[in-house]
Structure formats: structure tokens, C-alpha cells
Design a protein around this ligand. Structure first.
Ligand SMILES: [Zn+2]
Length: 63
């Protein structure tokens, strides 16, 4: 029986797309969050940050 070539590569790609957290086993979702930061001159700045969200930190991000 011929071994299907490229099969392993396809599996690897799929794992890369649907990355799962090794701790909770949930799929990791990448989100942009805006955090307000007060600067020295009394103005408020919004910092944009990319976060990886799974069951481990879901609660503290969406509280
Ligand atoms: Zn997790």
C-alpha cells in the first residue's frame, strides 16, 4: 500500500491553525484588547494589545 505523501504536513498545518492550550485543552483565541493607560500629563491613552485567550485567563479578561 502506498503511503500518502503530504499527509503529515496536512496534519501539522491543522494543528497550527487550531492551537490548543496545553493546560486547559481549550482552543486558544487571539483577541485585540484596548487598555486605558493614564499618562504623565493627565491624558488617557489606549494601548492596543494582542492577547491569547483560553479558559485559563478568560475570566480575568472578560470580567
Ligand atoms: Zn488554558
Amino acid at each position: 500500500m502506498a503511503r500518502p505523501s503530504g499527509f503529515g504536513a496536512k496534519i501539522a498545518n491543522r494543528q497550527k491553525e487550531g492551537k490548543k492550550c496545553p493546560v486547559c485543552g481549550e482552543a486558544i483565541v487571539h483577541l485585540k484588547v484596548f487598555k486605558s493607560v493614564s499618562t504623565e500629563n493627565q491624558s488617557v491613552k489606549y494601548n492596543q494589545k494582542m492577547v491569547s485567550v483560553c479558559a485559563c485567563n478568560k475570566q480575568e479578561i472578560f470580567n
